[in-house]
Design a protein around this ligand. Structure first.
Ligand code: SF4
Ligand code: SF4
Length: 404
């Protein structure tokens, strides 16, 4: 009997081997197909980014970034957070689609679904589709807990452009469960299946217990091919305290990890001052170039300045956009809301392109003294910095080409 079993196993073993090889081959083909379609999506995203960037440069009449809340409920309860509850129902999909359409009418460049946890909304994908249909780039900010390969595939199909996950620590603690230990498998799935760009945000702040975690998380993000950013924890009004010296060191190490020349992390003079406890002199354009739309459909300056202006989006007008573009915000000097800083920097690029290019090059060299300008920047330096007449000709030509 034993002999018969052994002989049958030996006879079948080439078949097992063949089957194993076919399975491996299938995996390789699926991986290659994923990689190819990710590249195609990245190219398409880049093309739309360039067009939208050109529009943002051309006019100051429309919002660049709008954060919209489809549900205030969250499946976590981070102790520092004031942007969630445990009971709210999702906003009705018809209402959400109306709000997205309104943002589309304003010509909003990027629309971000935030929360609470936006993926708790049962029609999250439908909203992403609508964002793309109104011509905006679609972003989701999530805690990542609900991500699975199937969910990532559905986000691909819906046309998501960017996904941002904030990871607060390596091991979960009583402040936050957004931890690398819990989320690492999800990050691997994202690396394997996502066709959208992924950014991992880490945090530093005077109250952060293990600041060295931020560096571990940023390194892990880079190793998986994601972007990484670092946020400074703010209080309930969006204001920050200076970082202790050890955290400033960590902050600088994370900045050095960034390889893309055009990343905002090289460019973020706001954060560089905030970590030292110094105020920034800038004009916050919240309520105009940046909008925060809460679950009740009201427009606020940002998540930390609710009630200003507190007008329903349905009755928000271009006059409101213009008024808020010019309104000084008293909370600006110590504000740590980095997405609003980034929007303000785009406006600075529009108004002072030459100075911003000089600053971008200088700041890149600050983190890496042996940095050599890549070809596009060398071309930009030659076209825009060396001769004012040549710069004006190239500025006009670039505007005409980008407008097409
Ligand atoms: S996961 Fe995000 S929304 Fe939820 S409690 Fe934490 S910080 Fe707030
Ligand atoms: S400066 Fe602008 S973004 Fe910052 S807290 Fe104030 S209103 Fe919000």
């Amino acid at each position: 009997m034993v002999t018969v079993v052994v002989i049958s196993c030996l006879a079948l073993s080439p078949l097992f081997t063949l089957n194993l090889r076919l399975t491996q081959l299938r995996h390789i083909i699926v991986r290659m197909r994923n990689r190819f379609s990710r590249k195609l999506r990245a190219l398409d995203r880049r093309r739309r980014e360039i067009r939208l960037f050109a529009r943002a440069m051309e006019s100051k009449q429309h919002p660049i970034l709008a954060q919209i809340i489809p549900i205030r409920r969250c499946n976590l309860a981070c102790s520092y957070c004031n942007e969630y509850d445990a009971v709210s129902k999702p906003v009705h999909i018809d209402e959400m689609l109306r709000r997205i359409d309104r943002l589309g009418e304003f010509g909003t460049t990027i629309i971000t679904l935030s929360g609470g946890e936006p993926m708790l909304h049962p029609q999250c994908d439908e909203m992403i589709r609508r964002i793309r249909a109104v011509g905006a780039m679609a972003t989701v900010i999530t805690n990542g807990y609900l991500l699975t390969p199937a969910r990532i595939g559905a986000l691909n199909d819906a046309g998501l452009d960017y996904l941002q996950i904030s990871i607060d620590n390596v091991q979960p603690d009583d402040t936050s469960k957004k931890s690398l230990k819990v989320l690492d498998r999800k990050l691997e799935w994202l690396a394997e299946y996502s066709e959208f760009a992924v950014t991992i945000n880490t945090v530093l702040g005077a109250d952060v217990r293990n600041p060295e975690d931020a560096l571990t998380i940023a390194r892990r993000a880079r190793s998986l091919g994601f972007n990484s950013t670092v946020g400074i924890l703010h209080d309930g009004t969006g204001q920050t305290k200076p970082l202790p010296p050890i955290q400033i060191q960590t902050y600088n190490q994370i900045r050095k990890l960034e390889t893309s020349v055009f990343s905002f992390s090289h460019f973020d003079r706001f954060q560089t001052k905030l970590v030292q406890g110094l105020p920034n002199e800038w004009h916050c354009r919240a309520g105009s170039r940046f909008l925060y739309i809460c679950e009740d459909g009201l427009v606020h300056y940002c998540s930390q300045q609710r009630g200003h202006p507190g007008t329903p989006l349905a009755s928000y007008t271009r006059d409101d956009l213009e008024r808020e573009f010019n309104t000084e915000k008293a909370c600006a000097p110590n504000c740590s809301i980095s997405c609003v800083h980034q929007v303000a920097m785009l406006d600075e690029v529009r108004e002072h392109p030459r100075e911003m290019l000089v600053e971008l090059i200088a700041r890149r060299r600050e983190t890496n003294p042996s940095f050599h300008l890549p070809l596009p920047l060398r071309a930009a330096e030659w076209a825009f910095l060396e001769n004012p007449k040549r710069a004006e000709t190239f500025r006009r030509a670039a505007a005409a080409v980008l407008r097409k």
